[in-house]
Design a protein around this ligand. Structure first.
Ligand SMILES: [Zn+2]
Length: 233
């Protein structure tokens, strides 16, 4: 077995020729940093909704969905670092971003005693063909990081998504809502009955996707529903 000091020297040597970059700002990462640089971690705009549970997102969504808490880690701005990071997560084969951000958000939830507020974590499912193409569900990766740190089970298999919805961004808000209705189904309602569910997604925009998913979970008998996303647009 190699001496750990020698391994470290070799890794330093490799990083001279193959520098690793921050996936939010593209700057080189220094020793001890991984995936996202310290500067980005400190400067990306956080909502702090976990410390303010009657927040604007909760107010906005609770008109339409019967929810307990609604939280997002970041505020999304066009061409900003959060947008860049989410693009890398969704389209550039970097599922590790989702896991990392899940762990980061879980640590914040633990600080505010939210760790016992949920029994199960469920990500918004992707359509199977899109999941096959991408290789992973980015929301499930976020769920995985949350689950690991909060010590609450998660599964990407409880829900099904029945049709493609990629043309919806071109449609009006009303027709998009109608189009989402009935898209999601729960495979094993008996597992979620009476449970406090944390439903997670990458970005919340109009909230139509979360709303449709939430309806399916509430209809299937979950007793309390909360929402956590990486970013709010
Ligand atoms: Zn950075």
């Amino acid at each position: 077995m190699l001496n750990p000091q020698i391994v470290e020297i070799l890794l330093d040597f490799v990083s001279l020729f193959f520098p690793r970059h921050c996936l939010a700002c593209d700057d080189s990462l220094v020793k001890g940093e991984d995936i996202i640089c310290t500067m980005c971690m400190l400067e990306m705009p956080q909502t702090d909704y976990h410390t303010n549970l009657e927040n604007p997102l909760q107010n906005r969504l609770s008109y339409r969905i019967q929810i307990k808490y609604a939280m997002t880690l970041f505020k999304f701005s066009k061409s900003g670092r959060v947008q860049h990071l989410l693009h890398e997560l969704k389209y550039k084969n970097h599922p590790e971003i989702g896991v990392l951000l899940g762990r980061v958000y879980a640590a914040k939830m633990i600080e505010t005693n939210l760790s016992n507020a949920f029994d199960m974590i469920i990500p918004v499912p992707l359509h199977p063909s899109r999941k096959r193409k991408r290789g992973y569900n980015q929301s499930a990766k976020f769920a995985e990081g949350l689950s690991e740190k909060l010590n609450i089970p998660f599964s990407d298999d409880f829900m099904v998504r029945s049709m493609r919805t990629e043309t919806q961004t071109r449609k009006s808000k009303l027709s998009r809502w109608e189009n989402m209705d009935g898209v999601f189904g729960v495979k094993a309602p008996q597992i979620i009955q009476g449970k406090k569910i944390l439903l997670v997604d990458d970005v919340v925009t109009t909230g139509s996707t979360l709303e449709a998913c939430a309806h399916a979970l509430l209809k299937a008998g979950c007793c309390e529903l909360s929402i956590a996303c990486i970013a709010e647009a």
